[in-house]
Design a protein around this ligand. Structure first.
Ligand SMILES: Cc1cc2nc3c(=O)[nH]c(=O)nc-3n(C[C@H](O)[C@H](O)[C@H](O)COP(=O)(O)OP(=O)(O)OC[C@H]3O[C@@H](n4cnc5c(N)ncnc54)[C@H](O)[C@@H]3O)c2cc1C
Length: 424
């Protein structure tokens, strides 16, 4: 079977490319391959969309002007309704006073329960334009860049003119195998490590004014992915380890009175340590080992007292709300590297000065929340090509760190392809 364009992965990066290509050149025969039952990878979770550069972008690959240019195309495709913000100056003044920064972001939020409707609408648009989408179809790593062909896991051969590979963060190792096979050089030297904080709305009411407040603290620590309304902490299951993450349901689902957000520290590795991915796996496995095969949670009151949290006292007295994620009650001090924990705890104290209450004894800290954005392939052009006909995009390829950045990366690769096709 021969296609003009084959796209591996139907997350925002793959869909951004499919949208742009099918919109600009309807005669193209396009195939999207998705190994899961449902399309759209990370669009399914929460689906908060950030429309202010550089949130969700990796700055080494993006300049502000081009980021903003592509973001407006993302907006045209996803048609977001933006959330209002109030009292921002008050929080910004408080943040400045303690040496941190509150960044204003143009945002929208769909909610995990509603994202399926958004995704179905996106699929319908693509299908109506003649794009073929094959679900439950996994692409293998054996990509032949000379004969322009690849194989599915059932060994079916697919021929392409141009190939876009967008397998996401979970496809990190898949992409490394493909790059090794193609002899594409890459580095993998950074990661974000942190905790997820869960507390009552009354201890973090800023979310009523600003849905996902982005605070930046000294020591490369920041708040990330804040959820409220019906907010849930969740487990992210990888092959041999578990991480934590968070999401929220749409406003139609009501409220559970809780808020969660990540507090992440960015780590840049230098020689002789070279793999952010390996470091992430070791940290996660250590945490899971200490958590008896699970992630760990600790109440702030116990952490302050230097004691581990225990299942039998986890919901007593001051500890008066139930965790939304079933982690193992334990001791973060035993597993989070001390430099990371020190920076995060310091930042939490600054946040507690800006927003008094967030460090209430009942507040829960979950660990590990780790973001592995670290594959950095050596691209041969500005449109994420690694060979004449193959493009790597999205979180797995390190060109983005969120839905809108991933979608924009897909559009950027697609526009590079269109330029080449128009010249041919
Ligand atoms: C719980 C959670 C909540 C999140 N909330 C938000 C949020 O609110 N806002 C935000 O901006 N970001 C959020 N993110 C991050 C966001 O999901 C990612 O940044 C984004 O989805 C990356 O897009 P992508 O296209 O690169 O990869 P993905 O969305 O991961 O998509 C990759 C797709 O490729 C498929 N695939 C992989 N390998 C193959 C193969 N070999 N063959 C065929 N298909 C394959 C996968 O099944 C997947 O569907 C969240 C992530 C999680 C885990």
């Amino acid at each position: 079977m021969k296609y003009d364009i084959v796209i591996i992965g139907s997350g925002p990066a793959g869909l951004g490319a499919a949208f742009h290509l099918s919109e600009k050149k309807s005669s193209l025969k396009i195939l999207v391959l998705e190994k899961d039952k449902i399309c759209s990878g990370g669009l399914l979770n929460d689906c908060k969309q950030n429309y202010t550069f550089p949130i969700g972008f990796t700055e080494e690959y993006w300049e502000q002007k081009e980021g903003e240019h592509f973001l407006s195309a993302v907006e045209d495709h996803l048609k977001p309704s933006f959330l209002e913000k109030t009292n921002l100056e008050k929080y910004q003044r408080r943040a400045e006073k303690v040496g941190s920064k509150l960044i204003k972001i143009k945002q929208s939020h769909v909610g995990t329960d509603k994202s399926k409707f958004l995704i179905n609408g996106l699929m319908d648009t693509l299908r109506s334009r003649g794009v073929e989408i094959r679900l439950q179809t996994e692409a293998g790593t054996d990509v032949d860049a000379i004969k322009n062909k690849l194989y599915l896991s059932d060994e079916t051969e697919i021929n392409y003119d141009k190939l876009i590979i967008a397998p996401g963060r979970k496809g990190f190792s898949y992409l490394q195998e493909v790059m090794n096979h193609l002899n594409v050089k890459y580095i993998d030297n950074s990661l974000d490590v942190g905790i997820r904080v869960e507390t009552k709305l009354e201890y973090y009411p800023i979310v009523l004014d600003y849905y996902d407040p982005k605070f930046y603290f000294p020591g490369k620590v920041r708040t990330f992915c804040t959820n409220s309304g019906f907010a849930l902490v969740t487990k992210e299951n990888y092959h041999h380890f578990h991480l934590v993450n968070g999401h929220a349901l749409s406003p139609d689902k009501g409220k559970n009175g809780l808020v969660n957000f990540a507090m992440l520290k960015t780590i840049g590795l230098e020689a002789p340590v070279s793999s952010g991915q390996q470091m992430a796996i070791y940290l996660a496995r250590l945490a899971n080992e200490i958590g008896g095969g699970n992630t760990i949670m600790q109440r702030v009151g116990d952490f302050r007292a230097g004691k581990r949290s225990r299942a039998e006292t986890f919901n007593l007295d001051l500890y008066d709300f139930k965790p939304t994620c079933s982690a193992c009650a334990g001791d973060l001090g035993l597993t989070v590297p001390s430099k990371i924990m020190r920076n995060i705890w310091h930042s939490l104290k600054l946040l507690d000065t800006i927003m008094p209450g967030v460090l209430h004894p009942s507040t829960i800290m979950y660990y590990p929340e780790i973001k592995m954005y670290a594959n950095k392939p050596f691209f041969i052009d500005r449109n994420f090509a690694v060979t004449e006909d193959i493009y790597l995009v999205g979180d797995g390829a390190g060109t983005s760190r969120g839905i809108t950045g991933a979608w924009a990366s897909g559009i950027r690769a697609a526009s590079g392809i269109l330029k080449k096709l128009n010249k041919e």
